[in-house]
Design a protein around this ligand. Structure first.
Ligand code: NAP
Length: 256
C-alpha cells in the first residue's frame, strides 16, 4: 500500500513539451516511477532521440498544441493508445520579452495560444478520458511570473497568472470526478528556454542575488514536485500552486 502511494506504476500520462528542459525531466521522472508516457513536441528529431533512450514506457508524438489541428492529433493518438488517461501535464510554454506597448497582436496571439489556450483546450478535450481514470490528475506548469512581477513581459505574466486561476477553477469544478488539478511555478531553471537570458552574466548575477538559495534550479527540481502532485500520496491536494523557486517569492528584502 505504501509503495503504491509513492508510485506511478501503470499510469498513463501525457506531457506536452516533453522533448526538452522541464518537460523532458518530467517524462524521465514519470517513466522511472512506472508510468507510460506520451511526450509531445513539434520537432520529431528531439523526440526520436528521447525514444532511443527510453524504448520502454515512452510514446512520442510530433504535434503543435497551440493549434486546433495539433490538439486534435493529440486527442486521436491518446484515444487510439489508451482507454483512459491518468495524468495530463500542460508544460508547453514560450515567451517574447518586450515592453507592453511594443507587442503586436500576432505576438500576443502566439503567446496566448501556446501558453494558455493549449492548456485550457487540452483539459477540456481530455476531460472524458480523465474521468474514466477515476483518479485523474492535471498539472499545469506556470511560473513565478504569474505570481509576482518579473521582467518577462506582461503577456507571459498574464498567461501564467491565468493558468494558476484555471487550476483553481477546474480543481473545484472537476473534484466531483476525482480529478485533481494543481500547478507548479518555477523560478529560473536551467533549460534551453532560460539559457537565452541566463547566458548574460549580469542578468545571471541579478537572478542569483534575488534568490535566497543562491542558485538556479534544475529541471529535476520541478519534475520531482510534478511527480508528487501526480501520485496517490498527494490524494487530498488540489487547486494548489507550488513555487519551485529557491525562496524567490518569499524573499521580501534579503540584501547580500
Ligand atoms: N526554464 C525556466 O526557467 C522556467 C521558469 C518558469 C516557468 N517555466 C515554464 O516551464 C515550461 C517549460 O519550459 P522550458 O524552459 O523547459 O522550455 P524549453 O526548454 O523551451 O522546452 C519547451 C518544450 O516545449 C516544446 N514546445 C514548445 N512549443 C510547443 C508547441 N506549440 N507544441 C508542442 N510542443 C511545443 C518544445 O519542443 P519543440 O520546440 O520541438 O516544439 C520543448 O520540448 C514552460 O511553460 C515555461 O514557461 C520555465
Amino acid at each position: 500500500m505504501q509503495q503504491n502511494r509513492w508510485s506511478l506504476a501503470g499510469k498513463k500520462a501525457v506531457v506536452t513539451g516533453g522533448s526538452k528542459g522541464i518537460g523532458e525531466a518530467i517524462v524521465k521522472e514519470f517513466i522511472a516511477l512506472g508510468a507510460d508516457v506520451l511526450a509531445v513536441a513539434r520537432k520529431t528529431e528531439d523526440l526520436q532521440q528521447l525514444l532511443q533512450q527510453y524504448p520502454e514506457g515512452l510514446h512520442i508524438l510530433a504535434a503543435d498544441v497551440s493549434t486546433p489541428e495539433g490538439r486534435q492529433t493529440l486527442i486521436d493518438t491518446v484515444q487510439q493508445k489508451w482507454d483512459k488517461l491518468d495524468i495530463l501535464v500542460n508544460n508547453v510554454g514560450t515567451n517574447i520579452r518586450k515592453p507592453a506597448t511594443a507587442y503586436t497582436s500576432e505576438e500576443y496571439d502566439f503567446i496566448l495560444n501556446t501558453n494558455l489556450r493549449s492548456a485550457f483546450e487540452l483539459c477540456r478535450l481530455l476531460h472524458p478520458m480523465l474521468v474514466k481514470s477515476e483518479q485523474g490528475n492535471i498539472i499545469n506548469i506556470t511560473s513565478v511570473a504569474g505570481l509576482v512581477h518579473v521582467r518577462t513581459g506582461a503577456v507571459y505574466g498574464m498567461t501564467k497568472a491565468a493558468l494558476v486561476q484555471l487550476t483553481r477553477n477546474l480543481a473545484a469544478e472537476w473534484a466531483e470526478h476525482n480529478i485533481r488539478v494543481n500547478a507548479v511555478a518555477p523560478w529560473y531553471i536551467s533549460t534551453p528556454l532560460a539559457q537565452t537570458v541566463l547566458q548574460n552574466p549580469e542578468y545571471y548575477e541579478a537572478v542569483i542575488s534575488r534568490t535566497p538559495m543562491r542558485k538556479i534550479g534544475k529541471p529535476e527540481d520541478v519534475s520531482a514536485a510534478v511527480a508528487f502532485l501526480s501520485m496517490p500520496a498527494s490524494a487530498y491536494t488540489t487547486g494548489q500552486c507550488l513555487a519551485i523557486d529557491g525562496g524567490f517569492t518569499i524573499n521580501g528584502f534579503h540584501p547580500l
